[in-house]
Design a protein around this ligand. Structure first.
Ligand code: GLN
Ligand code: ZN
Length: 760
């Protein structure tokens, strides 16, 4: 099987920016701390870029992306490139790099740009602020300089830019913009700057420029779709420009958006064919037709760590090659979301390693698919054999677990009594005052704790000594909470570095990597665990410290678990079975943990689900299904609790209004939510039927709020909720704060609760 009708080449859309050993993080944080000079910062970032160019070229890519590195965030880079700097960040005569980092991190008098989730991923970008008067004009030449680096190395490069329409769709209206202003109103100014930039790239020798427009896979209005049409018609008219390549990812465009994309007067369109097994994506392309365009076919999934099924990918590629005169094989999305290199993971089991591919391995897959398409299967026989071995061997199943899941009934999703009855039973059991006070779980992670954990890891501190440090910490945290007069206490989570990693290390079916870092935002990286097999709980995970805390006080202590949806949301999850099935396996492990916590005397149990709202799909039509399975798995995890056991949950960054129905169906007794500050969230809170703790102070700010301020927050909650259902708590965990802030803030919180209690 060879394809001679189509011309075939290979490339990727980007490459991880952080470096094989998080060099970018180290050097930038060093620069912030004054340990690294601007020159050294420049040297290291340049070396990382050049190494990447060389590596990708040597790996066999025909064209290598340029300009995809960033010192903080590529959306911020684009804003700065266009000169769209908010007035509060401008300081006359300042070094542009300092202004750049001020926009990212804020200054005391000038808060940072807001940060938010980048599409459905765990990457976060900075939200540009655009108003009617925001200056917009080409202000930099970074893309040109970085393209030239490839030219100088003799490597065929392709500049990558964030597309102009997505840039504006991701921007927020500046605070002082008049009502009704939409950043998209500034499209003409942005396009003029892009046109100029394209001209410069052409002059530097660029043949093609990739413009990323992932917004095309979200729900768009006709006016928004028209903006794409207008934008690319204008850019295509430029007198001197490179060929234009419009790239989508993070899903497949809906029919209308796909039609718009196919109709753009551009040379190449890029689509992601790597996800959603079962949907016939090539057929959708066939329907709209490519009208003579080159197709960039994303065939290697850039958002997970699994080895590509090369035979399937090649079959898809072959179909696609029949539709376009030219096919570029790529990854289906940026590789930003996967760790750099699997080869350094020498502690993972061999049979798992065989199934994995990190960024470097994914590049090799892209090259192999292109080669297979060009030269036929014999040319990549070895790679196909390795892929077949993995993809034709099913993952070993846990028969006991499977039987248990098959035996589940709807009854298992139901608490033993309805909410009103539980409320009465729990009142009797716990005897809490009105407006009960509590926290979200974690207390500050002190330097001493971190040192003890590190010592335990290296073996310098024996297990017994580590244990003693943790117990002493729990003692301290419990005593502090009693002294503060909080009503429902926590153990403080001193044994956990991270609310997902801790459970990943305890659950069978999860693996934790050594160096599998991915960028979360700026210099922040996370190491998502890998869910690779059936998930079970070899032994209790949290009982020890929760039970210990309960033994130190007569007040109720909350057991603290991370929910099934969140454990998956912040991990790489197996794709050989529906995500819902994996979620149910995790749920049963947590269900057993809940039972063990009850048996150990815990009367309140919190199952955190900040990931539930975060995981809501981009497109509205996919939401119902997601919410259905995620709510079910949460209920499987919690419904086994006795009626008198009070089940709490906690969610952050609540875009609560859109999913309030689903949150109600979790059927918890109490929910605490971050940032009930905005009017919309407050209204949504009113639609909940459980106890509700709308966070009364922001744990992300070092400022200790006054009693009056917190009391006002509470009175606001009382406008939407009956007094017997209002709880008083901070809006998230306290682990990133210090005691110097936490203690007074909690003291004020308890005082505010007392004040408002006296009023009702
Ligand atoms: N229980 C966790 C904590 O307090 C919740 C963290 C979160 O919401 N992200 O740290
Ligand atoms: Zn939170």
């Amino acid at each position: 099987m060879t394809t001679d009708r189509a011309t075939v080449s290979a490339t990727t859309l980007d490459y991880p920016r952080i470096g094989p050993n998080r060099e970018l993080k180290r050097v930038i944080e060093g620069f912030w701390a004054g340990r690294v000079s601007a020159t050294d910062l420049d040297e290291t970032t340049t070396r990382l870029r050049l190494d990447t160019l060389t590596e990708l070229h040597q790996a066999g890519l025909d064209e290598v992306p340029t300009g995809t590195q960033s010192r903080y965030d590529h959306v911020l880079d684009t804003a700065v490139l266009l000169g769209a700097v908010p007035p509060r960040h401008v300081r006359a005569g300042e070094d542009p790099l300092d202004t750049y980092f001020a926009m990212a991190r804020g200054r005391p008098e000038a808060p940072a740009l807001e940060m938010t989730k980048w599409f459905g991923t765990n990457y976060h970008y900075l939200v540009p602020e655009i108003g009617p008067d925001t200056p917009i004009a080409l202000r930099g030449d970074q893309p040109v300089r970085q393209y030239r680096e490839a030219v100088e190395l003799g490597i065929p490069g392709r500049p990558v830019l964030l597309g102009p329409v997505t840039f504006l769709l991701l921007s927020a209206a500046a605070a002082d913009a008049p009502a009704g202003f939409d950043p998209l109103d500034r499209l003409d100014d942005v396009l003029a700057a892009y046109r100029e930039l394209l001209g410069q790239l052409k002059a530097a020798g660029a043949g093609t420029v990739q413009l990323d427009e992932p917004s095309l896979v979200t729900d768009l209005s006709q006016a928004q779709l028209d903006a794409f049409t207008r934008a690319y018609a204008y850019l295509a008219e430029s007198p001197a420009r490179p060929e234009l390549w419009v790239q989508t990812y993070y899903g497949f465009p809906a029919p209308a958006a796909l039609g718009t994309l196919a109709g753009l007067p551009v040379h190449t369109v890029g689509l992601d064919f790597s996800g959603a097994a079962g949907e016939d994506l090539p057929a959708a392309v066939g329907e709209v037709g490519l009208r003579g365009k080159r197709l960039a076919a994303g065939l290697v999934d850039g958002r997970n760590v699994w080895r590509t099924d090369l035979r399937r990918a090649l079959a898809t590629a072959t179909v696609l090659a029949g539709m376009a005169a030219e096919v570029v094989v790529t990854a289906g999305s940026p590789l930003l979301h996967v760790p750099v290199d699997l080869a350094v993971e020498d502690e993972l089991p061999a049979e798992l390693v065989r199934r994995l591919a990190f960024a470097k391995q994914k590049v090799a897959e892209v090259v192999a698919i292109a080669r297979g398409l060009r030269e036929g299967t014999p040319a990549i026989a070895e790679q196909l054999a390795a892929s077949d071995l993995v993809h034709r061997t099913p993952v070993r199943q846990d028969t006991v677990l499977r039987a248990r899941i098959a035996g589940l009934s709807e009854q298992d999703e139901l608490r033993p009594a309805p909410a009103e009855e539980r409320f009465v039973l729990q009142q009797k059991e716990l005897g809490l005052p009105r407006l009960p006070t509590t926290t979200i779980g974690s207390f500050p992670q002190t330097g001493e704790l971190r040192r003890a954990r590190a010592g335990h890891r290296t073996g310098e501190l024996s297990a017994a000594d580590y244990h003693a440090v943790l117990r002493a910490e729990v003692d301290k945290v419990v005593a502090l909470q009693e002294e503060l007069d909080l009503d429902v206490l926590v153990h403080g989570e001193p044994e956990r570095t991270d609310m997902v990693e801790y459970f990943a290390e305890k659950l069978a079916g999860f693996a934790v990597t050594k160096l599998g870092w991915v960028q979360s935002y700026g210099t922040r990286c996370a190491r998502p665990p890998i869910v690779h097999g059936d998930v079970t709980r070899p032994e209790p995970m949290t009982v020890e410290y929760s039970a210990y805390a309960q033994s130190r006080t007569t007040r109720p202590v909350k057991g603290m678990l991370t929910g099934p949806v969140t454990l998956l949301q912040w991990a790489f999850v197996r794709i050989d079975q529906p995500r819902a099935d994996t979620a149910n396996q995790v749920a049963l492990a947590l269900r057993d943990e809940v039972a063990d916590l009850e048996a150990a005397g815990l009367r309140v149990i919190q199952v955190d689900e900040p990931g539930l709202l975060e995981g809501v799909p981009l497109r509205a039509e996919h939401r119902a299904d997601y919410l259905k399975w995620s709510v079910r798995s949460f209920r499987l995890a919690t419904a086994g609790a006795k009626a008198a056991t009070q089940v709490h949950t906690h969610v952050c960054y609540a875009e609560l209004a859109t999913v309030v129905e689903a949150v109600r169906e979790l059927d918890v007794d109490v929910i605490s939510i971050e940032s009930a500050r905005s009017g919309g969230a407050a209204e949504a809170v009113g639609a909940l039927t459980s106890g509700v703790g709308p966070g009364v102070f922001d744990v992300h700010s070092p400022v200790v709020p006054e009693v009056a301020e917190q009391a006002a927050q509470l009175r606001r909650a009382l406008r939407w909720l009956p007094a017997e259902r209002v709880w008083v708590n901070p809006d998230c965990g306290l682990k990133t704060r210090g005691y110097a802030e936490v203690e007074p803030a909690l003291r004020v919180m308890v005082e505010a609760a007392r004040t408002v209690r006296a009023e009702i």
